[in-house]
Ligand binder design. Structure first.
Ligand code: SAH
Length: 253
């Protein structure tokens, strides 16, 4: 029997944000592979084999999935959010690119999920209504000097910036350095939003300005959004402010 690999995005948390395609592929799998925190969000049937791994070596996990498929297993490889955004899908293709030729012929497909940036944006209003970019602040796989350069250029380009992986216990300092870089380029009243654990019971959203933001508020469950010049805040008495970015932009010099 021929095996396959499906790289599946589970979204940021709630089951309502898992697509029907992902649910269907999960149900059809003989084996489910993933980081144990993500596996806690799926409900395997008794006959499905579950291969939980620690966070960390994604390439090893990807190779494991490909080896299982080669041996005939139907493998669901799960990721939080979208599997193509700073997650497993790129590790799978890197493994195929550098692996045995037979892996290229395997039946491999990716199913999209709701990435954290989109979930956070929906909670805030429409902060990604104009041009934007996403930067992963983890320097596990790239030098910090490159991250700083990208931050500076993105700010100069007047893009809304979504920051993934802003801080962890092992990397508490980088989000502080990030604000130092951004404060060197952007005006003090730039809109800044901290969106934490979106879609989960302990979800929180905090909207402030670049001048007032406390970087230590960010942790590994936080998505940070830095506004552009067209990003506005609509204050209201009946609830949290709306944040949106105009679809129009002037300038270009
Ligand atoms: N593939 C994932 C991202 C993995 S990187 C996706 O598409 O969303 C992990 C980072 O994503 C976290 O450090 C955090 O910045 C962000 N993130 C993931 N889930 C989140 C959530 N529910 N709320 C806010 N940010 C989240």
């Amino acid at each position: 029997m021929s095996g396959w690999v499906r790289v599946l995005g589970l979204g940021p948390g709630p089951s309502e944000w898992i697509t029907p395609e992902v649910s269907r592929e999960l149900a059809a799998a003989s084996d489910i592979v993933g980081y144990k925190a993500y596996l806690a969000r799926v409900e395997p049937r008794a006959e499905q084999r579950v291969h939980a791994s620690d966070n960390g070596d994604e390439l090893t996990r990807a190779r494991h999935a490909l080896e299982l498929a080669r041996a005939g297993a139907r493998v669901a490889l799960v990721s939080g959010g979208d599997p193509g955004v700073f997650a497993m899908a790129a590790a799978v293709f890197e493994a195929i690119d550098h692996g045995p030729p037979a892996w290229r012929e395997l039946d491999v497909a990716v199913s999209p999920g709701v990435t954290a940036m989109l979930a956070a944006a929906a909670r805030l209003g429409a902060p990604l209504g104009g041009d934007f970019c996403a930067i992963n602040l983890s320097d596990n796989l790239k030098p910090w000097s490159l991250i700083e350069k990208r931050l500076r250029l993105a700010a100069q380009a007047d893009l809304v910036i979504a920051l993934y992986n802003p801080a962890s216990k092992a990397r508490p300092e980088q989000v502080h350095k990030t604000f130092t870089v951004l404060r060197g380029v952007l005006p003090a009243d730039t809109v800044v939003a901290f969106a934490a654990a979106i879609g989960r019971p302990d979800e929180s959203v905090h909207v402030t300005t670049l001048a007032d933001a406390d970087p230590s508020r960010a942790d590994m469950r936080t998505l940070l959004l830095i506004g552009a010049s067209g990003t506005r805040r609509i204050e209201r008495d009946s609830g949290a402010a709306f944040v949106y970015t105009s679809r129009r932009a002037a300038g270009g010099s």
